[in-house]
Each structure stands twice: as C-alpha cells, then as structure tokens.
Write a protein that binds this ligand. Sequence first.
Ligand SMILES: Nc1ncnc2c1ncn2[C@@H]1O[C@H](COP(=O)(O)OP(=O)(O)OP(=O)(O)O)[C@@H](O)[C@H]1O
Ligand SMILES: [Mg+2]
Length: 252
Amino acid sequence: MLKIGGSIGAETDAALDAVVALNDGGHPLVVVHGGGPLVGEWAERLGMETHFLRGLRVTDPQMRDLALAVLGGLANGRVVAMLIARGVPAVGLTGIDGGLLRADREDAELGLVGKVALVDSALLEELLDAGRVPVIAPAALAQDDGEILNVNGDAAAGAIAASLGARLLVFVTDVPGVRGKDGRVIGRLDADLVRALVDDGTIEGGMLPKVEACLIAAAAGCRAAIVATRGIDSVERLLAGEQVGTVFEAAA
Ligand SMILES: Nc1ncnc2c1ncn2[C@@H]1O[C@H](COP(=O)(O)OP(=O)(O)OP(=O)(O)O)[C@@H](O)[C@H]1O
Ligand SMILES: [Mg+2]
C-alpha cells in the first residue's frame, strides 16, 4: 500500500514508478494520494484563505467542497490517468465510495475535518480480487449525519492499511524521512521516540499525521515507512525487509 503526497504533477509520475513496478511484479496494491499543494493553489486562484492547525487544513463548507473537487476530481484523475498510460489497471475513487471511510468530526476549530473511525474495505477487496489497483482520494462520511468530511490523506492511508491487513505501507513524500533535531533522517522510529520528537517540536506540520498513521499501521501488524519521491527502488527494498528512509517496524 502506497500513499503519495505533493502537488500531483510531473513529480508524481516518478513516485508512480514504484506502483508500476509493483503491479508488474504481481503485488496487489492500493494507492492513496494527497494533494494539499494543489488544493492550496486552487484556493489561491479563487481568493480563498488557507489556514493549518496541527498539520490539518481548517475547513469551512466552501473549503470542503473545493478539497473534494480538487482531490477527488483533479488529483485523482491525474494519478489514474498517469497509471493507465503506463499499463496499470487503476480505478479512481474517494473515501466516500462504497462507504469506504467513516469519520468523526476532529474538533469544532477545524470545521468539516474528519478523524477516520471506521473502514469498510469490501469494495477495495472486490477491486483487488479483480486485479484492479484502487486509487483513493481522501474524503469520508460523518458517522452521525453522513456529511462529507475532509480527511488527511495520511490518516486515510494508515486506517485503510490496517483494515486490509497490508504487509507494507509506504509514504512517498518530499523529504527522505523523518528528520531528528540535527536534521538527519532517523532510520527507525517507535511510539516512544515519536512522542519525544513531537513534544520537543522536531516533528511538526505535515509530518504529524504521517507518523501517527505509521504508528497505527505498525500496531496493526503492517510495516510502515516514510521515503522520498526519488529512489524508485525504495519500495522493493522495503519489501525485502531493508531499511530505507524512516521505518516503523510492525508489532509482532
Ligand atoms: N521532523 C521532520 N522531518 C521531516 N519533515 C518534517 C518534519 N517535521 C515536519 N516536516 C514537514 O513535513 C512535510 C511533509 O508533509 P506534507 O504534508 O507537506 O507532504 P505530503 O503529506 O507528502 O503531501 P500531501 O499533504 O499533499 O499529501 C515535509 O515537507 C516537512 O516540511
Ligand atoms: Mg500531508
């Protein structure tokens, strides 16, 4: 299982090399993508202000609509198109489809932002059984009233990986791993180390939901890693048990 972040442009194409290689190798595969920069770009074009709190986007109804349009439409379509062009049988969907993701509202300050509470992976399993590669844009339905909520792509990926019993969850992002206080990438992390790095502010912003998702996946028995876009073979090396970027070993 792979989560790709960033602006979903030409750079994403390189990140998708790993998807192509894994698909060619016959590995069942799920892709979750973000697209924060793309949402930001469109918000600016439309004159909408963007605010972040603890790495999460403050989301009023208008911003929720924009996020759904950009992530579920533009970003998802681009990723699926790139994969189809390269022979991968990709199928695009959002966390809404098939009731995949249910969430609770994170908190009032954040607005229409959900914390993933429940994953119904039936649709994903059908697609995987049919040899398809699901490509998921983050969005979820509120558990109480069915409202569409914006969810962080990392949180969605962590919950889905745990629910599917995935072997490996890889976050492909714009940094080579989690950096420590000295700026160097930390090869291995666990819950205690993460807590210390979060408490002293070394891990912040967009890295917060990522490490949290890695901890959830690892606790569910899924090896998780954070690696850079460049380094196409990193996913295969991770599958072989090697340490690349920052790794969270699966709980026994
Ligand atoms: N300790 C840290 N080590 C490395 N990066 C960190 C750290 N703390 C915060 N970051 C930030 O986290 C960012 C990665 O998260 P970000 O949300 O920006 O990307 P993404 O999740 O891959 O993309 P998207 O949100 O579009 O899906 C890095 O670019 C970096 O600025
Ligand atoms: Mg992010």
